[in-house]
Ligand binder design. Sequence first.
Ligand code: MG
Length: 447
Amino acid sequence: MEGKITNVDVKDVRFPTSLTGDGSDAMHTDPDYSCAYVILTTSEGDKGYGLTFTIGKGTEVVVAAVKALQSLVIGKFLKNIFGDFGNFWRELTSDSQLRWIGPEKGVIHLATAAVINALWDLWAKKENKPLWKLLVDMTPEQLVSTIDFRYISDAITKEEAIAYLKKKESGKKERETELRNVGYPAYCTSVGWIGYSDEKIKMLCKEKLSEGFTAFKAKVGQSVKDDKRRLSLIRKEIGESNLLMVDANQKWDVDEAISWMKELTEFNLLWIEEPTSPDDVLGHAAISKALKPYGIGVATGEQCQNRVMFKQMLQAGSLQFCQIDSCRLGGVNEILSVYLMAAKFGIPVCPHAGGVGLCELVQHLSIWDFISASSSLDNRMIEYVEHLHEHFEAPVVMNNGRYTLPLSPGYSTKMKDQTISDYEYPDGNVWKKMFLEGKFTEPQLPK
Ligand SMILES: [Mg+2]
């Protein structure tokens, strides 16, 4: 592959979602969905776009971290990056000074995700394929060569991963055809944001049912009384046969999570998501054990910081549903390792999505998973949230409550130029107007 990376540009892009309560939950009551948006340029004039999701303040810190990574990317030849992507990934995450502010966690890892996502978008575009198809068409050896197995080889080895993917090679064509025909299953979260009124929730349940959704998620954790009222009305709207999950966004201590969820068993819930601190491996295991008799699983992962934490969660029986996040982990390379570990432990992956761009990205990963890895749709679905898709050049297409396979080349990460000029923070047209109108206070950003 010709060319080298000549520029890494990064932008702070924010949307004023706090004005309508979109995305609000028990811990994040007023998010402004945002992203650090990376644009790579090559010597051949090709572009790759990547992002990592944030919720407002602090996006400028992620932008600074991307700038800190620039020198590790600029000047690199594409054939060297993509010819040994596992090694490049390790170089990017192992700089002997920068790793001190991680390693492989927090702001620096969010920045890594944005850069790595942009590289995968670039690679898929160079191959003229959607990302999922680039992954599906790789041999098991090629695919596994993109993964850094350091720190996880006690749970899965390179050889095991290759053998597993080889075993799944038969039937790939049929599974691809199946998904091209019917799409990938989804569930809907945007009916139950914590800041929405009962009337709005009822209206949205009706709307989403009519669009073909059969699985729903609601936010919980402000008070048991409130949760009961909201869950009763959602159950009443969606009926007993549709799936219902709840999400506490890390609100509780371990014992509190168990006793709170015991109060909600009447609603026949499939999972409780993020009941407690995302770092508490043994706490999640205790909650899983206590809620098993009630048929409630534990789901977590949207703030699980790296493959090592996922490894421990899987080893300790901490989760029954694994929720990778396309921008929290260090991009596709690390995500593939988590899908492969989850497969080995028999745990379904149901990616976290929503935010801005997350639906666009994760669809590629679960489509690859079904065709090339798990080969199963049992207990697997991708989160769907309906906000902000209009800002992308190739937004997700939903049909009958499922994700339609994306066919444009790349990782579906490119935002419209107009969006950038409107929503870049704080100088975009829309932001300037909102500061003038007094809807937001103009920030004093660090120089
Ligand atoms: Mg969640």
